[in-house]
Design a protein. Structure first.
Length: 455
């Protein structure tokens, strides 16, 4: 009961954050450009169909974490002075030590694992709530062997995606902050957070693709007893990912018996992988360095280009994102464009499985506020089209076409309080940040609250 009770902090945080926000409302009525905007998705359907305060959706946990960091960074800069060295070093110190706190990027990383399981009713516990500072690993526990056996048997692609959902979350957090920077002129200092997320993903893959993973896993096993619910659901994420990627039809029970003699040995070491699996994992480690092809990581938020085509000054930026997927991997190339009339994010998706290359593209148009009656309204539109491996298979050459369309409308009730609603429809396929691999219709409603004043 103690563990379950701790999870209520998840939603108490929202109330505390709102209290903090409304301290600024009276002084922010006339501010045209906020320092940042706090986004709080209150409802995410169908995920929140069964109200469970302990299990936020992917979109909810991502935005809670983004708000957690931007609020802290804003408060530190307000206290020490914008651009001051004390503010700079205090933000770095906060980002380092908050790693073991609820609502940090570590918390979000684990919540994305949990979300993949919760869609099938598999409950779990995020041990970030234990706040064990300097812990080398953080577990998602309270998961039974029977649930994992069933998940692999009935939804093998979701099990594969489960392993790497945490790494996916950190890429998506970076992308969300970068979109804030480029399109909404957010001015909080989040650069160290962006860099640490990219470093974490590469460092994690490096550890998995080396004998160091054997030693870490051995230490975990030595510390574990016979209580199955105290165990992590998977051990080192990337090792389990490549193991199940190559063996989607192997029964989960083939992992063997836990050293205690009770339950299944869930954890995959580097030594347990075949030569081919090791090579594929090392390749992913090398590809992860593409995440550093990103000017935002050095606080370069846009480049100015004179453009006769748009008859105005054009702001541009571009970067790459590397993802581990249920069928292999994806390298997404993002192009950011901003003119006086248009805000556009174009993404070219490069999907690969073991035997073939596949393609996709996403066009995201971000509108500027327009007055509709007494309200200002923003409408964002996104459309994706892709061909991915049929059934998200690692070994097929067959393509399966799919896509996703989303429409988001935001209403500005005053300069301190906005509401938004977003509707998204997708076919079968993997889409970064979308929980469901099958076709799905998703509805999100929430609040956008501008904070502070941009320089």
């Amino acid at each position: 009961m103690l563990k379950k009770g701790l999870c209520i902090i998840n939603w108490l945080f929202q109330g505390l954050l709102l209290s903090f926000i409304f301290l600024f409302i009276q002084t922010s009525q006339l501010r045209a450009e906020p320092t940042y905007t706090l986004t709080l998705p209150v409802i995410d359907l169908p995920y929140n169909n069964e109200v469970n305060l302990q299990n936020p959706s992917m979109a909810q946990s991502l935005n809670f974490t983004k708000g957690f960091y931007q609020t802290a960074h804003y408060a530190l800069e307000e206290h020490f002075g914008r651009g001051e060295k004390k503010a700079f070093f205090s933000i770095i110190a906060f980002d380092v030590f908050s790693t073991w706190l609820p609502f940090s990027n570590s918390w979000m990383h684990e919540e994305w694992h949990r979300a993949v399981m919760w869609q099938y009713g598999i409950d779990s516990y995020n041990e970030v709530y234990e706040m064990e500072f300097l812990a080398e690993t953080i577990a998602v526990s309270d998961v039974t062997d029977e649930n994992l056996v069933t998940l692999k048997k009935e939804h093998p692609q979701d099990l594969i995606r489960l392993h790497t959902a945490g790494l996916e979350s950190q890429n998506q957090l970076n992308l969300a902050i970068e979109k804030d920077y480029f399109f909404h002129k957010t001015s909080t200092y989040d650069t160290f957070l962006l860099l640490s997320n990219s470093v974490n993903n590469s460092a994690y893959l490096y550890t998995c693709a080396s004998n160091e993973s054997n030693a870490i896993t051995s230490d975990i096993l030595n510390d574990e007893g016979s209580n199955i619910r105290d165990r992590d659901f998977t051990g080192l994420d990337c090792n389990a990912w490549v193991y199940d990627l190559f063996r989607p039809d192997e029964p989960y029970t083939d992992r063997g018996i836990h050293p205690s003699g009770v339950g299944i040995n869930r954890y995959i070491t580097y030594s347990k992988l075949t030569t081919e699996e090791k090579q594929f994992l090392r390749t992913q480690h090398y590809l992860s360095y593409l995440n550093f092809v990103d000017p935002f990581l050095i606080n370069k938020r846009w480049f100015n280009v004179n453009s006769s085509l748009f008859e105005s000054l054009l702001k541009v930026n571009a970067n790459l994102k590397h993802y581990l997927t249920p069928f292999g991997y994806s390298i997404d190339a993002h192009l950011f464009l901003n003119t006086h009339q248009y805000k556009i994010l174009f993404t070219f998706h490069n999907y690969s499985n073991k035997v073939k290359y596949f393609q996709g593209a996403t066009l995201n148009v971000i509108s500027t506020p327009k007055k509709l009656g007494s309200l200002f309204t923003e409408t964002d539109f996104s459309v994706s089209l892709w061909n991915q491996p049929k059934d998200l298979s690692f070994t097929t050459k067959d393509r399966e076409w799919g896509g996703r369309v989303s429409l988001k409308s935001a209403q500005q009730w005053n300069k301190s309080f906005h509401t938004f609603a977003e509707l998204a429809v997708k076919t079968n396929g993997w889409y970064a940040g979308d929980l469901y691999l099958s076709n799905n219709t998703n509805f999100i409603f929430g609040f956008d609250i501008p904070i502070g004043e941009s320089n």
